[in-house]
Design a protein around this ligand. Structure first.
Ligand code: ATP
Ligand code: MG
Length: 410
């Protein structure tokens, strides 16, 4: 038997109503904040990710699905910010008046160890906002994430924020971190030893216990917690917090929050759920003011976030599958067939028995799958009428065929 690939999953018909809700609420809510959907390809040239996501990240180093085709190196997208930025540049969107607000949804691919909350093909819904450097944009992006989560009934969530400063003030911080960790270098995990040289801030993100123990030492904590933001970055961060407070968004400041990707500056944030076990982040995002330029565009500030849709789905209340509006019960398949078509053309969801089963069997089926039984017995056929039975109240009335929709949708 051929089985689904490890780390991938079918989204089955009994789950798809929940997925539709995730997608519908995104469509309904993002539009209110001025976002337009963008659909970029799932494959991109590999260089987009090595330059865009950063070649010191786990994503680029270990997790990409890359293959050669006609001498080009191609990669299945592991995330979509790089793809959206590529499209923003390529299609001259910088010429539009700011902000340019784009959202997306779709599959992402990362060759990770599959476990609860972690797949190799998973889905993200995300937003990107271009052209605004002010902290209002950061606050609005976080607000949008919170409101989307609320619309799905998810309230038990924690917003964590941090500021990574700008390349200038961060340089000094990196130096301090390296200095205080120098005596511990040999005790760091192999990944952290590489990060120490290439991207010391990423050390703080390490999940390895021995590294975490090292970072919890008081002299190291002191450096981690020290203020390093320059005046402008501190002002930006202060104003963001002011807006969040005004908007009643509770947040926790987490100095260890550095995010896995290289492109962030200033604001970074994550939204976590207490009901998810160890993979507890549903949303991650931040500001990436240098990425557009780095990928060949004009200098354009930007901010965005992405949410893991499988994790959202697992937190949502189960969505009851939609029932049919009506199930036609009749001893005449031909008459039932014609009536079903008539009602479907009016926009109702209708099925009938394709196998000429017994009348009582058809009624049983109707009560399982539909809100109404639409009964087409011999008397009804002769009189050009139908009987409509409400299957939750058992109320039944005989009406003209043309009035079925009125009754069912009343
Ligand atoms: P994590 O720390 O959980 O690995 P990340 O920093 O790699 O997250 P991002 O790249 O920021 O994740 O992606 C945003 C969101 O996408 C995450 O918060 C999570 O909900 C989801 N996500 C990321 N990787 C996976 C995966 N392999 N399987 C399922 N969902 C994922
Ligand atoms: Mg990850």
């Amino acid at each position: 038997m051929i089985k689904v690939l490890k780390g991938t999953k079918d989204i089955l018909p009994q789950e798809v109503d929940g997925w539709h809700l995730l997608e519908k609420n995104a469509l309904d809510i993002f539009i209110r904040y001025g976002y337009k959907e963008i659909r970029t390809p799932i494959i991109e040239v590999t260089e987009l990710f090595s330059r865009g996501v950063g070649d010191t990240t786990d994503i680029v180093n270990k997790e990409m699905y890359t293959f050669e085709k006609s001498d080009r190196s191609i990669t299945l997208r592991p995330e979509n910010t790089a793809g959206v930025v590529r499209s923003f540049i390529e299609n001259g969107m910088a010429r539009q008046s700011a902000p340019v607000k784009l959202w997306y949804k779709g599959p992402m691919f990362r060759y990770e160890r599959p476990q609860a909350g972690r797949q190799r093909q998973f889905h993200q819904v995300g937003v990107e906002m271009f052209g605004i450097k002010e902290p209002t944009a950061d606050a609005e992006a976080i607000l949008l994430a919170v409101n989307y989560l609320k619309s799905l009934g998810l309230n038990d969530l924690e917003v964590e924020i941090n500021s990574l400063g700008c390349p200038k003030c961060r340089e000094e911080y990196k130096k301090r971190i390296k200095e205080v960790l120098k005596p511990e270098f040999d005790n760091l995990c192999e990944d952290c030893q590489t990060r120490y040289e290439k991207n010391p801030l990423r050390l703080l993100d390490c999940k390895v216990e021995t590294c975490q123990n090292i970072f919890s030492k008081s002299e190291i904590q002191e450096v981690i917690k020290s203020d390093f933001l320059c005046e402008e970055c501190a002002e930006h961060y202060k104003n963001l917090k002011k807006y969040l407070e005004k908007l009643n968004i509770k947040y926790v400041e987490n100095k260890l929050l550095v995010r896995g990707l290289d492109y962030y500056n200033r604001t970074v944030f994550e939204i976590k759920s207490n009901n998810l076990g160890s993979q507890n982040a549903v949303c991650g995002g931040g500001r990436y003011d240098s990425l557009v330029k780095q990928l060949g565009g004009e200098d354009t500030p930007a901010i965005g976030w992405a949410m893991g849709m499988e994790r959202l789905y697992s937190l949502m209340q189960t969505v009851e599958p939609e029932k049919l509006d009506g199930y036609i019960v009749s001893n005449s398949s031909a008459e039932a067939f014609m009536l079903a078509e008539e009602l479907r053309n009016q926009g109702l969801t209708v099925e009938f028995d394709l196998q000429s089963k017994k009348f009582t069997k058809q009624l049983e089926k109707a009560s399982k799958v539909a809100d109404y039984a639409i009964i087409l017995g011999e008397d009804e056929i002769k009189a050009g009428k139908v009987s409509v039975k409400n299957l939750s109240t058992s109320e039944q009335t005989t009406i003209d065929r043309c009035d079925v929709k009125k009754i069912i949708r009343s």
